[in-house]
Design a protein around this ligand. Structure first.
Ligand code: NCD
Length: 313
């Protein structure tokens, strides 16, 4: 089945069949990754460059492993974010790499829209691995895969996304995806960490964990993004944990079999209690496994089923 997109810049712009295509393919990638022989030759001969302007360990290693399992040649490039002439640096770097004829560029950048800008300049497929507080589409896809495999469906589930929604690209991508797939989405957090007008994204807004978690099927915690905060958004970490940290008491409000999720890296004792992160309802490790599978599925789909599939670049 052909896939109509050359890039994956966000969940926005995709439709439900696109998402199902990617998730079904990711299920196959999970099987491959659970075998002793984990390598296929689907992307043999192709070059993948991971271009990370913002430090990341888990997302970068997940993309690297995904490319290697598909047989691609993978190069990692960590570029420091220079504060001057950011735009110029971004485009210059991209053009230099483009001249080396990669087939896929995986890009993380601290500015929203940076990946989309780059995609206009280069001749290959671009995957957004997180741009500022805008989107992180592979994270939303891996969350969806984790939920679908644990619950058998996504439609009609109540999903509570909790914490620092304001600074979270994970929340944004998830809200768009979960709505497309028919879930009921809630966002829960202090009003200082809630973007104004968020209701327009099709979510119910709660400032109380007790109310927002009531009968939830999925509790998705977000990292408190202290590095993106300028000014005082929360009075203190202790205070934050008391009202918004996920502990056993608050989790009782959700359904008994509710899934607990976190994109990582976790601030234990800040947004989530250790006993919950490591507890029986947590699917946090499964999210990491699904991450590799989803990234394999995305790269394979863009390069094999996308508009460039016969270009023979
Ligand atoms: C997320 C990110 O970078 O947006 N983490 C990740 O992809 N490993 C979530 C976060 O940093 O809070």
């Amino acid at each position: 089945m052909p896939f109509p997109h050359r890039h994956l810049l966000g969940i926005k712009g995709l439709n439900e069949p696109d998402l199902i295509h990617l998730l079904d393919k990711a299920d196959e990638a999970v099987k491959l990754s659970r075998q002793r022989e984990k390598k296929s030759s689907t992307l043999r001969g192709l070059t993948q460059i991971n271009l990370f302007f913002e430090a990341s360990t888990r997302t970068q290693s997940s993309f690297e492993l995904a490319g290697k399992r598909l047989g691609a040649d993978v190069m990692n490039m960590a570029v420091g974010n220079s504060s001057v002439k950011k735009g110029e640096t971004l485009i210059d770097t991209a053009m230099t790499l483009n001249a080396m004829r990669p087939d896929i560029l995986v890009v993380r950048h601290s500015s929203a829209g940076a990946t989309a800008l780059l995609a206009q300049k280069v001749g290959c497929s671009v995957i957004n691995a997180g741009d500022g507080a805008h989107e992180h589409p592979t994270q939303a896809l891996l969350d969806a895969l984790t939920i679908r495999r644990a619950k058998g469906r996504i439609g009609r589930l109540i999903v509570a996304i909790c914490g620092d929604v304001l600074h979270s690209r994970v929340a944004r991508s998830n809200i768009v995806l979960l709505n497309l797939m028919g879930a009921r989405v809630r966002v829960v957090g202090p009003s200082t960490l809630m973007p104004s007008g968020i209701e327009q994204m099709g979510v119910e807004v709660f400032t109380s964990m007790e109310e927002g978690l009531k009968d939830a099927d999925v509790v998705m915690m977000l990292r408190l993004q202290r590095e993106r905060m300028a000014g005082a958004f929360v009075p203190s970490v202790r205070e934050y944990f008391r009202f918004y940290g996920l502990d056993a008491e608050k989790l009782k409000r959700a359904k008994d079999d509710a899934l607990v999720m976190h994109p990582g890296p976790m601030n234990r004792g800040v947004e989530i209690a250790s006993e919950i992160a490591d507890g029986p309802q947590s699917v946090i490790e499964s999210q990491v496994e699904m991450g590799v599978a989803v990234r394999m599925a995305v790269m394979e789909t863009l390069l094999l089923d996308g508009p460039d599939r016969e270009a023979g670049r």
